[in-house]
Structures are given as C-alpha cells and as structure tokens.
Ligand binder design. Structure first.
Ligand SMILES: *Cc1c(COP(=O)(O)O)cnc(C)c1O
Length: 473
C-alpha cells in the first residue's frame, strides 16, 4: 500500500476511531464526576507555545498521545465547575454528528453538495421561525457564528433599505443599538463603512437595558446631523450582564420610522423554547431578522448560528451575485442552494449536528436546558445575596450572573481582579470578569446543565477563602 492508500484505510480508521472515542468518553466521565485534574489547565501563552513547538519538532507520531494531550491541555467545558464564557458543553451525540460532517464533508454551497444538510437546515430554520412567531413567509439559514450572522443581518437591512449593493453610496447610514450590545454590532457597522458616528449607542437604564424613552431623541439628533438610520438592534440578551432589551417597544419604534428591526438573540434567543421564560423576548415577532446561536444555550458545538428572516425575499437580497458555475439564475429564490444567502461558499454541515439532537433526545431537551440554566442563575443570585460579603451587580435575567466580594478595607476592583486571576491559575473553577460602570465584577455564565447548587456554594467558599488570603485575614 502507498502512504496515501494507508492513510485512507478503513481498517485503521475503524481502529483509531474506537480508541479515540474511548478517550473522549473517559474525558466526559472524569470531567463530569470531577476527577479530572482541573477545569482549566491554564498555562501562560509562551509556555503553551513552547510545548507545542517541541511536539511539532518531533514530527509525525502517535496520534493517541497527541489527542490525549489535546484533552489534557484544553479547557474542560463538561466539568460542572466550568462557568466561564457563553459556550455550551455540547451534547455527546453532536460530537458523533461532527465526525460524520467531517468525514462526509458535503460542502453545502449548492444543493448537489448538501443533499441532506440543506433540507435539514430548512427544517431547523422553520422550527425556529415558528417558535419566534413568524408566519409561513419566514425563512432562515445557518452561518458561522453570531458575529457573522449579525453582519449578514445588517447587510440584509441595508439591501432592503438602500441600493448600496449595486450603486454604492455617499449617503451617511447609521444603526442604533444599546451601549451594552455585543461588540460585533459595532464591528459590523464599521465594516459596512458607517464609521464610529454611524453606530449610535443608546444609553441603558439601571437594569442595563436600552433606554427606549431616548430612542426618539437619538434618532432625531442623528437625522439632524444628516444620517439616515436604517436599522435598530435589540439585544436578547446583552453579553456582560444578560439583560434583555424591551423588544416590544423597540419594535414599535422601528415600525413607526420604517427602519429594520434586528434582534441579536445570539445568547438568549434560546428562551423561545421555554413557555416559562419566553416572555423575556416578548415582541420578538415584530423583528425583521433574528439571530440565535445554537452553540450557546442549545448544546451544539461551535459554530452553528441561525439567522431567521421574517420575509423570505429579504434573505435573497443580501448577497446578489452571479456565480455561473454554481447556480444558473441569481434571481431565483432556491432555498436549497445554501451559498446564495450566506457569506460562506463552502460551509460545515451544521444542520447535521443540531438535527442529531432532535433525533436522539427530542425538542424538549432544549426547553429543559434553557429552564435549568435560568433557574440555576436565580438560585445562584439567592446564594450571593444570602452571604454578607458578597453583592450582586444586578438581579440576573438570564443564566449570566455578575457579582463581587465586598470587604470594607480593600480596593474592590483590585481585590476582585486578583481573585479571578488566582482562580484561573488554580484551575478548579473557570469564571470570568467584567467591568460595569468602572466597577470590576466576577461573572459566571451558567452553561453546564450538570452544574449544581453545591458547585455554586463551593465557588463562593473558594472566592471567600482567596479573598481572605489576599487581604491577609
Ligand atoms: C456571543 C454573542 C455574539 C457573538 O456570537 P459568536 O457566535 O461568538 O460570533 C453576538 N451577540 C451576542 C448577544 C452574543 O451573546
């Protein structure tokens, strides 16, 4: 056998795969029962680089050792004390689906290269459209992450409101958004040439929601300065604190001024799966477009983001382009040719991963996850409030909680930053920090449905212990 033939050998694939799946199952077990050495085996970047450079210099070798190292040196999202960023510990079935997507590698852009994944993508889009409350005119797509999905939505908004795509323009376009919105909205507006003045950041109230009472004022000021506001973005929820904007009022404002209403529900849009929590996105059905990340609260591996349009035709206006070798007619609205509506040409078979969840566990699993994580945040907030030395930044509205240790004789920003740094170095918990109105807060995103109240109490104990150590008590 030649080298290439050997590399493609079904027998060695079978053998490797069994061994490596066992390795992953062992990881799952030790992470979930907390016997793995740490949640985050933090190393300084240069130290990590040196390790991998040495590994690289050894050339081809034992793949099992390589993957063992990968597991050992990665952040362990399946550990119940992983509470850091808003990335989900994926359901194990989705890892299998990822393997299928990896090996089958159907590139999606045209129907012929996505015979299965394009129909599945349509079914999943219709599921979300239905939950949002859109009618049968809606349609959607999957794309590589919330950042790209939000850019795509703003491009669609611009295509709907102007002729920039064909004609170019010197008109000053603008987008309105809360000052607490994810940075990718700002980035998208700048990519689109709106500049810093074209991204109008509306201030927030004490719950860090967009101040809808100021929308008219900001709008009028922008118009007087010669800007044409084409879109307003509602955050559902915001990233730092998990605050849901008042979508119903934003929708009303957008309708009045005939501007595009986009909802960035990358994180919290998932509440549409819960009767108990979907009131948080009341008014979402007024939106022209909605983004929801499947890889945040919906247990799918990154990246898998849905962008859903109220009107199917809007989706096709975003990128009107001729590509003779891909599709015959650029104007026909063929849902089955993925690349017509997405930034990507070749794309991962994302729908396969999501659909595998529905097949293995049913839709109810999404509801359970969303409700468990929101409920857990409420419990955590109560634990924080019950302890004298702690305070909440604000009452949590989602599964994100910001809080800090308070001690009369310390600089609280330094104290809390040092605590977070030490937690990272010790690696027994993974949490992050954020700054709100110049105050440093510790921040947890409760993403892991196997996290319990006992883990949360252990976290608070640990923070208190480190805090005492730092302030020399
Ligand atoms: C996470 C997040 C994004 C960015 O999404 P990615 O999938 O990380 O690109 C955008 N907006 C909000 C509100 C988010 O929470």
């Amino acid at each position: 056998m030649t080298n290439l033939q050997e590399a493609f050998s079904p027998d060695s694939f079978r053998q490797n795969a069994h061994t490596l799946v066992d390795l992953l199952a062992d990881y799952l077990e030790s992470a979930q029962n907390q016997t793995i050495t740490s949640v985050i085996p933090y190393q300084e970047p240069d130290e990590s680089l040196a390790f991998w450079q040495t590994d690289y210099e050894q050339g081809a070798g034992n793949v099992e050792d390589f993957f063992r190292n990968v597991i050992e040196k990665s952040t362990h999202l399946h550990h119940p004390r992983y509470m850091g960023h808003q990335v989900t510990p994926p359901l194990p079935i989705t890892a299998i689906a990822s393997m299928f997507s990896g090996l089958l590698n159907n590139g999606m852009a045209v129907y012929e290269m996505g015979l299965v994944s394009n129909p599945l993508e349509r079914i999943l889009s219709e599921l979300l459209a239905n939950k949002i409350g859109f009618d049968e005119n809606a349609s959607g797509l999957l794309t590589s992450g919330g950042t790209l999905a939000n850019l795509t939505a703003l491009l669609a908004a611009r295509a709907a409101k102007t002729d920039v795509w064909e004609e170019g323009t010197s008109e000053k376009l603008a987008v309105m958004v809360s000052e607490e919105a994810h940075y990718c909205i700002d980035r998208a507006a700048r990519i689109m040439g709106m500049g810093s003045e074209g991204i109008i950041k509306v201030s927030t109230n004490e719950k860090l929601q967009i101040r809808t009472d100021l929308l008219e004022k900001y709008y009028n000021e922008a118009t007087e300065k010669g800007f044409r506001v084409i879109c307003i973005v509602g955050s559902a929820c915001s990233t730092s604190t998990g605050s849901y904007d008042n979508l119903a009022e934003i929708g009303h404002f957008a309708h009045k001024h005939q501007i595009w209403f986009h909802v960035d529900g990358a994180h919290g849009g998932a509440v549409i799966f819960s009767e108990k929590y979907k009131h948080k996105v009341k008014g979402i059905a007024q939106a022209d477009s909605v983004v929801i990340d499947w890889h945040k609260m919906l247990m799918t591996p990154a990246l898998a983001t849905a962008l859903i349009f109220k009107r199917d035709e809007d989706a096709f206006k975003t990128f009107q382009q001729k590509a003779q070798y891909l599709w015959a007619n650029q104007h026909s609205k063929d849902w089955f040719n993925s690349g017509k509506r997405t930034f990507e040409c070749t794309k991962l078979m994302m729908s396969l991963k999501i659909y595998s969840i529905l097949k293995a566990h049913g839709e109810q699993i999404f509801t359970e996850n969303v409700e468990y994580l929101h409920g857990l945040a409420e419990k955590f907030a109560n634990l924080v409030k019950a302890r004298q030395n702690f305070e909440l930044a604000i009452e949590p509205e989602s599964n994100i909680v910001c809080f800090r240790l308070v001690s009369l004789d310390s600089n609280l920003n330094d104290l809390n930053s040092s605590i977070r740094k030490q937690l990272l170095q010790e690696g027994n918990f993974y949490i992050v920090q954020t700054t709100l109105k110049e105050n440093v807060y510790l921040r947890v995103s409760l993403m892991n449905p196997l996290t319990t109240e006992a883990d949360l109490n252990a976290l608070l104990d640990e923070i208190e212990r480190i805090g005492n150590q730092i302030s020399g008590k």
